[in-house]
Design a protein around this ligand. Structure first.
Ligand code: SF4
Length: 346
């Protein structure tokens, strides 16, 4: 059961409520370089990124946001740290969401930011990060999940004081258990949508595993309304992993899912090569399809029964199985051509 939350509009995407769990990422280029930033965002749009965030380190970057926004199709989020001026400028530039922690901004200035965000219907994500918790909270609670939740509640209260409720919250640390527990605790206390992620998860290999374990547990408990996978790699890899996590839990559908066997002593076709070729063929397909590539007739047909289209290897030949029915037996070298022909029909 998905946790019930408020539904927040971020540009042309909804977060929370009954909206699909969205996949987001962050641009790695310098925001002041509009061409490069737009190029990266366009690439991410193609990969299925649904919300994009950019860093706003100074006024020059803030003033480029409008130009970037005009050239992209997905909601643009401005990541601001301590400057009210940058937040105000980002709103003027037409961004769709701010990521800002209100407690980090001077009291007299935050009111202006919140009221302006409210007037322009710009939601705010409070992004709690274990690495940047307030000193007094760290002193009292240590680097714990409780500390993250106390910090989040402090920032939430500031926004609520100005009757602002278009709030999304994230609680990120690089420790999976602490992150999961923090989200569990906060999920019981507020009904705002949650942006989930494991921060500084590492390189593509480690980060994919850590994010899949952490986000998988949360999502299975119904926690999480939008996600970002953080990798020390290209942003498009983050988007791909995010989608695979959602697809693996049947929370979203997008294009082809490929099941393939690990191979063993029974395998009689070059399965590794074949599955890579199938993956390439399937890349541009937008339709939701389940494809299976199996190495032998022992377990192959059973698995293939669940797939829309499957290849099952035999002795230097293979079967093409469509919706559970064997439709062809072909020699190994013709397997891919025949498979492609059937895939095209679908
Ligand atoms: S499907 Fe066949 S070849 Fe593949 S791992 Fe299972 S038994 Fe081995």
């Amino acid at each position: 059961m998905r946790r019930k939350t408020k539904k927040i509009k971020v540009g042309n995407v909804f977060i929370g409520g009954n909206a699909p769990i969205s996949v987001q990422s962050m641009v790695k280029a310098d925001t002041r370089n509009v061409e490069l930033t737009v190029k990266q965002i366009k690439e991410l749009e193609k990969e299925g990124c649904e919300i994009i965030r950019v860093a706003v380190p100074d006024m020059e970057a803030a003033k480029k946001l409008g130009k970037i926004k005009k050239r992209i199709n997905i909601p643009l989020v401005a990541d601001i740290h301590f400057s009210a001026q940058l937040a105000l400028e980002a709103i003027d530039q037409g961004v769709d969401k701010l990521r800002i922690n209100p407690g980090n901004i001077k009291k007299e200035k935050i009111k202006e930011v919140v009221l302006k965000a409210k007037k322009h219907k710009v939601p705010i994500r409070i992004g709690i990060n274990m690495g940047s918790l307030e000193k007094d909270i760290l002193f009292k609670y240590g680097a714990t999940e409780k500390a993250m939740v106390v910090s989040a509640m402090r920032h939430i209260k500031i926004l609520e004081k100005y009757n602002f409720n278009q709030i999304i919250i994230s609680l990120k640390s690089s420790d999976i258990k602490r992150t999961i527990n923090a989200y569990r605790l906060l999920a019981k206390r507020v009904d705002y949508p949650l942006h989930i992620g494991i921060t500084e998860a590492g390189t593509k290999f480690r980060g994919t595993i850590i994010s899949s374990v952490g986000l998988g547990i949360l999502l299975e408990e119904g926690i999480g309304d939008t996600l970002r996978v953080s990798l020390s790699d290209q942003s498009k890899e983050e988007v791909k992993v995010g989608w695979e996590i959602l697809k693996s839990l049947n929370l979203r559908k997008k294009g082809v899912s490929i099941t393939s066997c690990p191979t063993c002593g029974r395998t009689e076709i070059d399965l590794f090569k074949l599955v890579k070729q199938v993956e390439e063929i399937a890349k541009p397909i937008k339709k939701d399809l389940h494809i299976a590539v199996m190495g032998c007739v022992v377990n192959g047909p059973g698995e293939a029964r669940e797939a829309d289209l499957a290849i099952v290897g035999g002795k230097k030949n293979g079967l093409i199985i469509k919706k559970g029915k064997i439709i062809k037996m072909v020699p190994e070298k013709k397997l891919l051509v025949e498979f492609k022909r059937e895939l095209k029909k679908m």
